[in-house]
Write a protein that binds this ligand. Sequence first.
Ligand SMILES: Nc1ncnc2c1ncn2[C@@H]1O[C@H](COP(=O)(O)OP(=O)(O)OP(=O)(O)O)[C@@H](O)[C@H]1O
Length: 333
Amino acid sequence: MLAIEADNLTRTFPIRTGGWLRARRSEVHAVRGISFEVPKGELFGLLGPNGAGKTTTIKMLNTLLLPTGGSARVLGHDVATEPVAVRRRIGYVFGGDRGLYDRLSALDNLRYFAELYGVEPREQRHRIAELLDLVGLSGREKERVEGYSRGMRQRLHIARGLLHRPEVLFLDEPSIGVDPVAARDLRRMVADLAAAGTTVLLTTHYMAEADELCDRIAVIAQGTLQALGTPAELKSVISGVGVLEIEACGIDDGRLSAVRGLPGVHSAAVRDDGRTQWLTVQSADGAADPEPDVRAALDGLRPGRTLRREPTLEDAYVAIVSRAGDETMEPAA
Ligand SMILES: Nc1ncnc2c1ncn2[C@@H]1O[C@H](COP(=O)(O)OP(=O)(O)OP(=O)(O)O)[C@@H](O)[C@H]1O
């Protein structure tokens, strides 16, 4: 039996636009018919730019939102007609600050949620101790959550999501705002969970994280599935492509389109690493070196260093998403 099956899954939202005088009703097509299957025990990644429909997809799979079209099953149970059976078998962890009681200790948070999730009273103590150990919070469990770091909160979120021993765990951007060392610990924990047999569906904006963790990845953009495969399969989309990165500041849409129009250039996108911008240009290997033309197109911006490197999953992602007509590029880890 499959852990997750999405069959032409669709969700539209009614919205109102315009002022109160000229209010008009229209629809947002958040998810436009997505199909995929996740076998048990797989660590499956869902990637896509902001607004692609990832959270909407997850919310339909974990019964928080009803599909407006298509269907989905989790461990054989239909999300629309058997939500209770689905909920009993899944855990849901979302990044950020919501979902924990700051004034309570980690222990009291877990006791509260254990009660809420119907964990047998005689099992609770043992289960909570086991999870605190798993997420590396043993010894800190009596401290109030308000004093916890982001990474500790995230680990507590995961412990909360695992209380009732879910067979399928949904992790929506677990490492958002978490420092690199804590993020590495989180990744190790997620990998251990999957190795122990839990099916994990993960969304992330960090390509290195997806590359390291995921058995398979689905890329969605504008509500549709753009690519599905192992990280290696996705990278093969850009085999024969060379990547050039040029440091610059103030790259505007005009210059970006000029670079995209250069001969031999497959795609170009801007990456912001917090200090400076990098123009990432993918071009055909073996074709004439595009660097002089790219530098000329950045005329007036005083471009800095140039780096040349092998294509990564992030480059494949950019190529896939650009092909979908969406030029958004997420900041990478
Ligand atoms: N309740 C809602 N009402 C109206 N539109 C919505 C609602 N929820 C989501 N949308 C729209 O649906 C689209 C997909 O949103 P969704 O949150 O699923 O994207 P996402 O891929 O999770 O994005 P992000 O990476 O920014 O979290 C967006 O255009 C969003 O504005």
